[in-house]
Design a protein around this ligand. Structure first.
Ligand code: AMP
Length: 457
């Protein structure tokens, strides 16, 4: 089947052809005709299947057909994305297909005042992360009452990141008279609930189970100790210097440390994670895309939405806690029908993660280095890790306590100095100043706990 058989205009078909899109991918073939018939669509599709065009094409067709103008602060089509990176990719796709629509991007990490100003004139297609959209709704900078086309992309990721509440609020701000498309890689109960809230009598289309995308990828595992991982990575990267490699680490600090170690080893590497500004993330991805950076070290959340063609290898330097994230990780390679390699480094304590991946994907990962860890080694490593976490938490608490004590003594000393070097620092003044920072600190921690949800926006 070709795109012209999907009932698209000649102009649109030739635009797609000029972008190298001649044949629709399976998800496009299944979703586009229903969407063009103005049906709500629930698409179960992985990243890398061409789902962005599967919703962008009908959205562009529907809005062009309506030929209306958005009123002040109005939005005709809204696309919700879990991450800034994915939102950026969606805008790129839309802009490559059409130049007739006013397309706006609103994500966290950019000036909200500028976004407010841009939205004031009305928007044809708004691509947004839920957190920032809620901020703009609160400011009454945008109205969704007349939004006629809605897309929820990577709905499962939006819930994972913690956008359930934001999505409920956005649902309340939308008008009823609209067409909705929702895409998700997985279909747990929470997604089914979200679908019933947002969609009306949807057509369900599905292209791949978690395991299918895995078929295009070669999976390999090295059983190594934690300490051996760095030198193994360096030697594997040295073997394939021309390749574009994406390396996944579990934590922000781990990703940053590894990137620096790779730089010290002479590689041109960059990193993306939650501690990087939007500008830094954009720069890293663009350098990775143009090839000036060959190795990108990333955490799971930051990497969602990266659509860089030609990623030959994905290294799972740390195995993901949830097996679904493995699917997302390997979805960065083997895009649009290409093949790719997924290389996992499995330390003794990660045996359970490896088994979970094999179970969910119904695959057996090929052993290319070392030997699977025994149950005994696994248990020993797990209990050592537990003790280490406990000790780290205890020493953090101790350090915090010490710094509070220091702070209190300092404040007390200051006061006692002013009062003529009395013993006040050790008595009442010292105590009261000690209790203050501690309560401030507690509330600060409470705030930080909720932080990641927003940070992802
Ligand atoms: P997505 O799943 O939307 O992130 O798309 C994955 C990749 O497939 C992107 O690089 C798209 O440019 C590419 N792609 C999308 N549709 C097609 C198509 N019909 N033919 C070839 N490549 C496509």
């Amino acid at each position: 089947m070709n795109f012209d058989e999907l009932g698209l205009s000649k102009t649109l078909v030739s635009r797609l052809e000029s972008l190298g899109l001649t044949k629709p991918t399976p998800i496009q073939e299944k979703a586009i005709p229903h969407a063009m018939n103005e049906r709500d669509v629930l698409g179960i599709a992985q990243t890398g299947t061409g789902k962005t065009a599967a919703f962008s094409i009908p959205l562009i067709v529907a809005l062009s057909k309506q030929n209306e103008r958005a009123g002040a602060r109005g939005v005709r089509g809204l696309i919700l994305s879990p991450t800034r990176e994915l939102a950026n990719q969606i805008v790129d796709t839309l802009q490559s297909i059409t130049s007739d629509l006013r397309i706006r991007l609103v994500v966290g990490g950019k000036s909200i005042n500028v976004q407010e100003q841009q939205l004031s004139r009305g928007t044809d297609v708004l691509v947004a992360t839920p957190g920032r959209l809620i901020d703009l709704l609160d400011r009454k900078a945008v109205s969704l009452a007349n939004t006629k086309f809605l897309v929820l992309d990577e709905a499962d990721q939006m819930l994972d990141i913690g956008f359930a509440h934001a999505l409920r609020r956005i649902a309340g701000a939308l008008g009823k008279d609209r067409q909705t498309m929702m895409f998700s890689a997985t279909m747990p109960k929470m997604i089914a609930d979200l679908a019933s809230e947002y969609l009306t009598d949807p057509v369900r289309v599905e292209v791949s189970q978690a395991g299918k995308i895995a078929d295009k990828v070669t999976h390999a595992v090295h059983f190594v100790t934690k300490d051996e991982k760095k030198s193994l990575l360096i030697s594997l990267l040295n073997e394939n210097k021309t390749n574009r490699s994406l390396v996944f680490a579990r934590t922000k600090h781990g990703a940053e440390r590894l990137m620096r170690q790779l730089e010290e080893a002479g590689f041109n590497a960059a990193s993306i994670h939650g501690n990087k500004s939007q500008g830094q993330r954009d720069r890293a991805i663009s350098n990775f895309r143009d090839g000036s950076v060959k190795i990108l070290v990333a955490t799971d959340v930051a990497a969602r939405g990266i659509d860089v063609p030609g990623i030959e290898q994905v290294f799972n330097y740390d195995l993901p806690n949830v097996p679904e994230n493995y699917v997302h990780r390997i979805g960065r390679t083997a895009r649009a029908g290409k093949k790719g390699d997924a290389v996992a480094f499995c330390s003794a304590e990660e045996m359970s993660e490896l088994r979970a991946i094999e179970k969910v994907l119904a695959i057996s990962v090929k052993v290319v280095g070392g030997k699977p860890w025994s149950d005994e080694a696994y248990k020993k490593a797990k209990s050592a890790a537990k003790t280490a976490t406990k000790n780290a938490a205890a020493s953090k608490t101790e350090a915090r306590r010490n710094s509070r004590r220091k702070e209190a003594t300092k404040t007390g000393a200051g006061k006692s100095g002013a009062a003529g070097k009395s013993a006040a620092g050790k008595t009442g003044a010292g105590k009261s100043s000690q209790s203050k920072p501690s309560s401030n600190n507690r509330s600060g921690q409470g705030k930080r706990k909720r932080g990641p949800k927003k940070a992802a926006a």
